[in-house]
Ligand binder design. Sequence first.
Ligand code: SF4
Length: 163
Amino acid sequence: MQWPAPCASLVAYFEPMEDAMPQAEERELAAGVLNAAAHFLSRVREWWRRRAELDAMDPAELERMASDFGMTGNELKDLAARGPDAANLLYERMRLLGLTRADVERAAHGLMRDLERTCACCSDKATCELDLAARPDDPAWEGYCPNALGLTGVKMLKGRFPL
Ligand code: SF4
């Protein structure tokens, strides 16, 4: 099957897995990556509650902790400061697209965390919130949402890999 270029990285990740992985292993992987995504979310909430401690933390320890999640120390502090609900608009857009966390994590391990991190730091929240409320079906969101490529890629892949 031919996929458009924007989806190439997701497809490159997924196609070998489709050929090689038995269903039981696939289910195990899906459960594992979902746990990891839930773990990241709970950590964001914890960081937000303890954000004053992040400021006082030894810089080397902060960098080490942040690197576990693919971030720098400053990115982690910035994310924590944005609060536990900073990615709520992402969840609403996913709901409108008919996507779950499981769909995203099945498409690419760690993608949900990246989408949440990007959404939390997005500078188009006002426009996004307005569009979600007033024009939920208008495709204009794909023009400004930094997660549009990832979300539309997962939408295209959804259904190819049953749990
Ligand atoms: S436009 Fe920004 S705030 Fe809205 S879903 Fe996309 S990343 Fe999140």
